[in-house]
Design a protein around this ligand. Structure first.
Ligand SMILES: Nc1ncnc2c1ncn2[C@@H]1O[C@H](COP(=O)(O)OP(=O)(O)OP(=O)(O)O)[C@@H](O)[C@H]1O
Length: 537
């Protein structure tokens, strides 16, 4: 499958100059099978070949972003938006390709980055320290951050008690006050209340005016339209389109509309086919794409870069394995030392206890000292409990409108954690009634997209768009979207077999899986979305 990337000219900033902020070249990300799954594969006990292949979450991603640009990233659930942003944020490394970043990056996502056991205030301190701020600098900024967050007295409550809206407010307030060069907002403003979203948007515009770069992931077409200059449309790990928001957003919406017209079975088949492409992808295919895209002379520099980055990531993996082995040996050694010390210590203490017992005969009024033995067993039982807690899970039953991100946000965990507990889970195939394993530690800690105002009253968050339009402009990514009618009578009927959308106004994606509501952008204006060519299988 070839990559469709329109040439995009940088927008000149106020001084009429442009400076490269981010350049992604040949970025791919492969999620490998876990060791457990590899072993199963070797023993031939994997369920089927579909399940035991490595998965390419990103494939041959290329783009350039300049200062003062706000980039929207759109795509279905599981299309690779968060994976790409995590690579830009450097919390994830790519399997192939190079990423050039000029500036400091700050990442805001609903459920990520905050330590839920700490209070809001302590999270501000922690983030500040991580950013290299001095204690004084952090305390000087403290009031400003708390004011912006609108959390009032709740700032001294643990984050685990916050609603997702409150978490989002805190994360956004911390990030903007750190004044990063590149701000990444991953659905974080979809859960805030309308006033906060408007205030945050204003802050984002100020940022952009000052030449900062912003990446926004949102399933809300209105937000993407208002906030961004350009859009990257990710589709099953590939950049389907990249260009001016006014050009790309209508194409994406047309695609969503097209997809929504398909039958349930056609939609499922479409998703399975696309996912199979991600399982079948390989470095050889990536190289072939480079060869196919080179005009005239073969781009040997790019091919060399692919080989180099693959070698680097292999070395890294080897290093990780070696360091794991070394760490395991060290851990065994340390446990043995601790055990020996504890044993000799308890003998000493036992002797001491004996002495104390003898002296008790004389000093009867003193409370007896606790012997070291019971406390030791108490200790070990606590340890056992906490270590088993790390792997303990509970079954979550998928509800109407759930997506992987919404479940993660609701429980204040990352989608990565969910993937680790459910290695075969495909977010684009999540269905109502499906059972997903979640960490036991978050059971009963679900938050709702509600915020608590400073007086302690709970208010349901309604993003700005919904309040403004009344015509369903607001799209809640956590609720399934009702099927949307095709925009014009020329619109052909949906195909009866598995479709392959045209590159111009391509494929479908289900709003049930995080698509974008048609009503999110201006309807009925001059910019009527282009009707997709109906794909024939
Ligand atoms: N740690 C992981 N292990 C295995 N697969 C993963 C992992 N993280 C992500 N994936 C897979 O990579 C693909 C891209 O996931 P990603 O979270 O980037 O999508 P997304 O576009 O952000 O989705 P959403 O809109 O639901 O947030 C998905 O198919 C997902 O299953």
């Amino acid at each position: 499958m070839s990559v469709e990337t329109t040439d995009v000219l940088p927008l000149p900033n106020k001084s009429g100059q442009t400076k490269l902020k981010v350049r992604a070249s040949l970025i791919s990300k492969k999620f490998e099978l876990s060791q457990n799954e590899k072993l199963k594969e070797l023993l031939g006990i994997g369920k089927n070949s579909r399940e035991i292949k490595d998965f390419w979450a990103l494939r041959n991603v290329n783009f350039e972003v300049y200062d003062g640009e706000a980039i929207g990233i759109v795509g279905l659930n599981g299309s690779g938006k968060s994976t790409l942003l995590n690579i830009i944020d450097k919390s994830l490394s790519s399997t192939t390709g190079e990423l050039q970043i000029n500036g400091e990056v700050s990442y805001i996502a609903i459920g990520a980055g905050l330590k839920v056991g700490l209070t809001g205030r302590d999270n501000i301190r922690l983030k500040g320290t991580m950013m290299g701020m001095s204690k004084k600098e952090i305390e000087d900024k403290m009031d400003e951050i708390i004011d912006f967050s609108e959390l009032g007295p709740f700032i001294d409550r643990p984050v685990k008690d916050y609603s997702s809206g409150m978490r989002s407010k805190l994360a956004f307030s911390i990030a903007v006050n750190q004044d990063p060069d590149i701000l990444i907002i991953d659905e974080a403003l979809s859960v805030g209340d309308s006033t906060f979203a408007a205030k945050s948007a204003k802050k984002m515009f100020e940022f952009r005016e000052r030449g900062k770069t912003i990446f926004v992931v949102s399933h809300n077409a209105g937000q993407i339209q208002k906030w961004t200059d350009k859009v990257i449309w990710l589709h099953y790990g590939e950049v389907k389109e990249y260009g001016a928001t006014k050009d790309i957003l209508p194409k994406y919406q047309t695609f969503i509309t097209w997809f929504n017209k398909l039958s349930k079975e056609q939609q499922e088949q479409y998703k399975l086919d696309r996912r199979q492409e991600q399982l079948d992808y390989s470095v050889e295919e990536l190289k072939q794409e480079v060869i196919d895209n080179s005009e005239g002379e073969i781009d040997s520099a790019s091919l060399e870069m692919i080989d180099n980055t693959i070698a680097k990531s292999k070395n890294k993996a080897k290093l990780t394995l070696t360091s794991k082995i070394i760490m395991s040996i060290c851990a065994v050694f340390m446990v043995a030392t601790v055990f020996m010390t504890a044993k000799s210590g308890s003998v000493d203490k036992l002797n001491q206890t004996k002495t104390t017992k003898q002296s008790k005969v004389v000093k009867k009024s003193q409370p007896p000292k606790k012997s070291s033995k019971p406390s030791k067993s108490q200790d070990s039982s606590t340890k056992k409990k906490s270590s088993s807690k790390a792997t303990e899970t509970f079954d979550y039953i998928v509800q109407e409108g759930d997506t992987l991100s919404s479940i993660a946000a609701t429980y204040g965990i990352s989608t990565d954690e969910i993937h680790k507990l459910n290695p075969h889970l495909d977010p684009s195939l999540i269905t109502v009634g499906m059972v997903i394993k979640l960490p036991k530690s978050v059971e009963g800690k679900a938050t709702t997209p509600e915020s608590v105002d400073n007086s302690g009253q709970t208010t349901t968050d309604v993003p700005e768009e919904s309040a403004n339009t009344g015509q369903g402009d607001f799209y809640n990514p956590y609720q399934p979207t009702p099927p949307v009618e095709m925009p014009s009578p020329e619109n052909p009927a949906p195909p009866t077999s598995t479709p392959e959308p045209s590159p111009a106004a391509p494929d479908p994606g289900g709003s049930d899986q995080g698509g974008m509501e048609q009503g999110g952008t201006d309807q009925g204006g001059d910019s009527e979305p282009q009707i997709p060519e109906v794909p024939v299988s």
